[in-house]
Unconditional design. Structure first.
Length: 195
């Protein structure tokens, strides 16, 4: 004896519903790009040993309201740091006690909202932290800790810089530290175009 027609239709509909794919899930929008504080101090380390270099520590004082940044670059076991003073107009002075190079970059000091035009690349684990990853493709790849919003690392010119500390609103060094020394203007230090 065959099942009644309404029961047969109900069974066919139930089977068809079970076989059809689930409706697509909505993809959540990417997170809002982070904005740098207008002033911060950061300590970074770079491992260049795989390229025949050394470990390097970079201390950054970023001062957007005054249009400048100060970087102390210390190579492992070297006493005399290189100092890099950068300005929003693209000028950069790289100097130590006895030498100086002047560069003019096409892109000046990055503004706090530089990531507003960056592409969101998704999430990845960086240095043990779950990070949102951003890139502006011209300059850097930027990894931000999902839990705290703090930077974990950034990659520029093919080199990853690991963030050891990041202090928004840090006290800036004296203005004289942001000034290139006299030997940068002696005439023997020709300007160089970095890009």
């Amino acid at each position: 004896m065959s099942p009644p027609l309404p029961l047969l239709l109900l069974l066919l509909l139930a089977g068809a519903a079970a076989a059809s794919p689930a409706p697509p899930r909505a993809v959540p929008p990417p997170p809002v790009p982070p904005t740098w504080p207008e002033q911060y101090y950061a300590s970074l380390v770079t491992n260049l040993t795989d390229r025949g270099g050394l470990l390097r520590q970079i201390e950054i004082y970023y001062d957007w309201p005054r249009g400048r940044a100060l970087n102390y670059i210390r190579d492992q076991l070297f006493d005399d740091p290189l100092v890099d003073v950068q300005y929003t107009n693209g000028t950069s002075f790289l100097f130590d006690r006895g030498s100086c190079q002047t560069f003019q970059y096409a892109i000046g000091l990055l503004p706090p909202d530089w990531t507003s035009q960056a592409a969101y690349l998704g999430r990845e684990t960086v240095d043990g932290f779950e990070c949102d990853v951003w890139s502006n493709f011209d300059f850097a790849k930027y990894d931000v800790d999902v839990a705290t919003g703090r930077p974990v690392s950034w990659v520029s010119e093919g080199t990853r810089r690991h963030v050891l500390s990041f202090e928004p609103g840090a006290v800036m060094p004296d203005d004289s530290k942001f000034q290139a020394p006299a030997h940068c203007f002696s005439g023997k230090n020709a300007d160089a175009s970095a890009f």
